[in-house]
Each structure stands twice: as structure tokens, then as C-alpha cells.
Design a protein around this ligand. Sequence first.
Ligand SMILES: [Zn+2]
Length: 344
Amino acid sequence: MEIQRLIPFPIVFEITDDLIGSVQKALFESFPDTQRILIVSDAEGAKSYGEYLVKALNTCCYMFIKGGTIVDVRNVEAKIKKEAPDLVLGIGGGRILDTVKLASSRTYIPFVLVPTSLSHDGIISPVAVIDFDGEVRSVGAIAPNGVVVDIGIIEKAPKILKLAGCGDLISNLSALEDWKLAAKYKGEKIDYFAYMLSKTGARNIIFSEYEPFSRNFLKDLAEGLAASGLSMIIAGNSRPASGAEHLISHALDIILGRKNPHGIQVGVATIFTQALRGKDTGKIIEFYKKIGFPLSPMEIGVDRETFMEAVKLAPATRKGRFTILDIKNSKEVLNEAFDVYYRI
Ligand SMILES: [Zn+2]
């Protein structure tokens, strides 16, 4: 019988103003035997930080990729096999980080991630979103050994990506309600540690006392997204941070292609799913207005018809994930939720 758990948590999480110093310190303290580092980044990351990092960390090799596809994952795996690094350092946006996550997991090489934006809670999660020849899938992976967030870099990212990070975090409120429904109707077990961390992550940003997108606000966002990622590590899957609103976003991706950032779509869909379950959406809408977050699908170029098509398709995008859409799915009820809550 198992009486305690051993959970593979990252050993380093740092929010910093000094990327090189923090990465050097993390390597020295937590990965002291590291001799050979493979850096993987996109061209943008390479231009901004690449040479600098290569010199400062005395890396063995460097690789640029666009990221996000299974072909990229295979290319990174091949590079790992060829160069035999002790550690992989991924620097870039979500696509780069997810590629490094999966390639390093499949080759059992420790990896440290340096996000250049905070657009979703995948920075610390055990999940990688990868495009398999046109079909985008969330794949189980090993959580990173370390994550270093440089607020100076994050500050420079486009506003839409910062908004997306907020949306992905707020969507936890909807995901947790779905988890409760799955427990009630399907006997799914709620892991309270995971539940608590996911909720705390969302509250960390919704109740942030700082000016939206100031450095301190971004620190709150980074901490919230980290808490959300840890909740998924504890649960062993994405349940604490992915409910009906994520399924709607997956469906939108299928119908429209990846048109809007993930966090923007799930944040907009959260208003709908919360309204559908009869929850008060006042706090969420107040927060969205404060930060300039889109308040309806129309604001992100998705018309009513397409959104409702996505709602219909949503449950099929992830079979076995029980949500409010399995309970409230009559045309009248769905239309009412749309009309009442998106007409702002
Ligand atoms: Zn998400």
C-alpha cells in the first residue's frame, strides 16, 4: 500500500531580473555535474539571447527550431542522441518549450526551460501540446527539472500573450467546477492538493493588487501559472486546469486552425461555461475589463455560429473528460448562456 507519494517536481523555479546569473546559479547548485548543455531556441530567442547564453554557459551545441510539431521533436531527439548533452536548455515561446519537453522526456535528459512569454500554464506542466501532421494533441511528458522566468524578457512579449496567460489561469475556475461534476456524476477522485493549487493560481492573478502588466503583476502571473502547472503534476494529468472551456478551444482550433492564442480562447470560453453552470461571472468580467481581455467570441473574430459549432464539437475533442457540456447540452440552454453573457 502506498502511504506517501513521490512526485517528480522541478528542483528549480526562479523569477528573476538576471537570466544568465540565475541560470548559472541554478546549474551550479542543482546540476553540478553538467558539462555539456544543448540550447534549443527559435530564431527570435537566438537573436536576443542566444550568443550571450552560448558564451556565458559554455554550451556544447545550439539548435534553432520553429517548434511545435512532431518533426521538430524528432529533430531535437536526433540532436540529443548525436551530441549527448547532460542537460537541454529550452528558451522561447510555448511551441519551443513543448518541443524541448517532449524530446527531452523521450530521451531521459534533464531539461531547464526559459519562457520568453507567459501565455499559458505549460511552463511547468507534464503536458506537451504537439502538432502531429495537422492534428494537435496534448501528450504526457516529464515535467521540467527547472524553470527560470526573466521578468525583463517577459515584459517585452506582445500584450496578447500576456492576456493569454491571464485567460489560461482564469480558466482554472471553470476546470475545477468540471472536476467537481466528474466526481459527483462519474466518481472521479478529486486530489485536493491539486485542486487547491489550481484555484490558488487563478486567485493569484484575479486578486493581484498591482497595475495590470506591471513587473509585479507579471510576477503574480508567473507564480499563478507555476501553481497551475504544479497542480497538473500532482494530479498526473491536466484535469485541474482543463475543463469544458478547454474542449471548446480545442474544437475552435479544429474548425478554424490555431487562429487565436490558446489562453485567449479558453479565457473567452470560460465566461460561457461558467454562465452555463449558473455561476456568477461578475468577478471574472470585472477582471477582464480591468486588463482589456476580450469579452466575447466576436471580439476575437469568432462569430456566434462558429462558436456554437465548437460547443457542439467540444466533448468529442477529448473523450472521457466529463464536463458541464455532458449535462447541459440542449440548444435552448446553450443559446441562452450565449445571449445573456456575451451581450455585454
Ligand atoms: Zn490551458
